[in-house]
Design a protein around this ligand. Sequence first.
Ligand code: BGC
Length: 929
Amino acid sequence: MTTKTLESGCIHAKRLRTEYLENPLGIDVHKPSLSWQIASEKRSVLQGAYEVQAARSLTDLDAGKLLWDSGRVASDNTTSVRYEGPDCLSAERIHWRVKVWGQNDQPSDWSEPAWWEMGLFDEKEWTADWIEVGWDEDPKAFNPCPFFRRSFKLDKTVRSARLYITAHGLYEAWLNGQRVGDQAFTPGYTPYDKMLQYQVYDVTRMLQKGENALGAILGDGWYRGKVYVHNDRNVYGTRLGLLALLRIETDNGQVMIASGPEWKATTGPILKSDMKDGEVYDARLEMPGWCQAALDDRAWKPVRVVAHEKSHLVASMGVAVRRKETFHPRVIKTPKGETVLDFGQNLAGVVHFKVSGTKGTTVCLRHGEALDKNGNFTQENLFIFKPRGKPFFQEVHYTLKGEGDEEYEPHFTVHGFRYVLVEGYPGEPKPEDFYSVAIYSDMLPTGTFECSDPLINQLHQNTMWSMKSNFLDLPTDCPQRERAGWTGDAQIFAPSASFLMDTRAFFRKWLTELRHEQLPDGRLGNFVPNPYRLRKLMRPELNASSSGWGDVAVMMPWALYQAYGDKTLLDTQYESMKAWVENVRTRARKMNWSKYFNPRTWFSRAYRARQQFIWDTGYHWGEWLEPGNGTSLKIALDMATRIIFGTEYVATAYFSNSARLVAKTAEVLKKQDDARKYHALADQVKAAYQAQMIGENGRIKPDRQASYVRVLAFSLAPDELEPAILEHLVRLIQNAGNHIGTGFLSTTYLCHVLAKNGRLDMAYELLNQKTIPSWLYAVTQGATTIWETWEGVKEDGTPWMSLNHYSPGAVVDFLHRNVAGIAPAEPGYKRIAIHPMPGGGLTRAKASYESVHGLIVSDWRIEGEQMHLHVTIPANTTAEITLPGAAVVSVTEKGIPPGNADGVLNCVQAGTDTVVDVGSGCYFFEYAV
Ligand code: BGC
């Protein structure tokens, strides 16, 4: 798309998106949602009206032969305008454009056009058969990856062609010897029995008049490969399958090439491919030209046509997974004499390498995150229970064909690693012959942060890398040990993630799966997708419905609404949100066994009444991994205590919070009865919580940092007790020598509640802390991602548990919102709060955020006695800018008093700060501090 140069005063629409995506190929939303941004160089620009036009072709669009014309609509909406034209047909491409008006009634030019293309709406249009290999396989063993192919002749010129394709397992599609598309791990991970995505590719240019060949390689993937912590296999089925439909428009009508009985199958060089174990590849078995028409495929075997379901096929709705950054290694020799490659960055991906040597030589790569305390290669931190013998885990075995330079990259596996142990490599490995490739969902990076402290910058970068490592089609806890869609981790990290990258399409897909995984009674497993549902292993006592984890059903839609302002998502999730809270309500009514021994149960009616709102049954992960849980035994003891006694102090807090968020959602969706009902419920739970958990002096049981943080973060205390609660929190932090004492759940709120309640100094103390437990400890140890536990690499150098868990990195939210000072004052940043909070010895900080309305920047610098703040506010929004410690008389904006500056709507002194209300534009403030 070309960008226009703007005349000052002009506005126009840019960045047109359909269903959050740029020109999506293959969607199945009948009335898609359209969005754009307003570009303008002027200050204080708002959209007064818009007009959208849609047509079947660009020529029609230009000629005014329209499918839909919204007409001029007086509205400032740019983020979710529903296409209201006639229903689109399957496979149809619609082109659209927008014209916008500012407040002065001057229309813009038409925007550059954008398009979307429909997928196949009806299963009847899938005139293709599911095919599988024609031979039997041993489901207990790893079977080689099957190759499928079929050749066909085209005697007419191709006008356009689309490949619609999906698989049981993973697929790589090939056409005439070339790989189709650049997506990895297709068709993605979904609860396969309930929904299976297909992808659409434009293959017009890959076809030729005459002979052609279409093929596919399948891998076990999540479908029948090892998944999650138990390494279960064959969860969704024991046999891989392919469903493909190539629709070709020629000069002489339509030609369909579909998977079916005429296809052939064989196996090739990929002898084993498992997401977790890795890949075994024998290059001697390669089949050059296997997907060329000229291949003599007489030795290939017939396929089996199988009548599998097609009704659950859905167009791909997430974000394509792609190969991204690459890193060359440093080659090291360990004390044991091992050859190890250090790629310098922990990530999720694979290693691409070159090798030459004798036929039959096997090179083995083993992938790990760390070296042990002696500097030798290890994978030990990646197992919960020490494996017996030498496990097959994150390995690649490549057997050479011995024909000069060979190059290899695995197909259907991914590893979490920074270090690679190389064995059997002919000659000395050279750094230039290896590179690691990060693989993740290709979301638009939207957030940046940078300040005067390089360690804090590294912390931010480490969080970004843990996000990249764990956003491979589903949000996982870690990219090595479990790779599970743990709900709690996603709940904790969603707000930070949605600042760092555009997560809308990614999380919308995941929340769709969540709705599928939620049981009719509202219960939710620990994971989405949940492989254990099919095995009927979702017992509420252990692996379903933990507070803080299951609450993702409510907290994530709300977090996304704050970030993107899209009510449609809230609407879609609303029943699921309610179902979760209703499930909790039912479970809270039951009483924990230990209360039967409590005399108050028998003698106090008030006590009994409030027990209905105390959630004290079922298993909960609790605060999880507070500092000090540094051994497996301690973790096991902590779990046992929670199993026996429950965790009412955590669970009840989440109950109240989720009920409150459902009430607020009901308000947004104008469901007033529900709003009243859930506010009332939240109030009752809060009252029960206060009566049972908060002492008169503001002391909360258990007397740990997390308890106080949670109460402040969820506003659970009576207002008058908040100062005392804050004091208790500060006391605990100081007693810990200014160290963090929180675990998974409340770490994300720790600095926020301190800053919000007037103890910014303590927040900075924690942020700057460099000894265990602290965020910067890992950084000083050379971490390049966020560790699962505060202990991480222990002081003696022993790596402990996963070194790539994003959840403790949610502290970046404090960097964005408080240190640099960018936050939404209204959902979707329609109104923006800029409130930098300098401190902790920082002399500058800058964050930028590409919001749904455009770029927001807050960039401050203190030089001598002078504070400089540069702010960018996108068109069609307004902002409240707080200048900390500024006397209004000392403030200038580009050299003049702010009250006189263009775009400034108001400027007042508020306590020790100055608060400036502005419209869109770039502003430069200066004042004495
Ligand atoms: C996972 C976590 C998860 C937790 C539940 C761990 O094994 O890696 O990230 O949330 O279990 O407490």
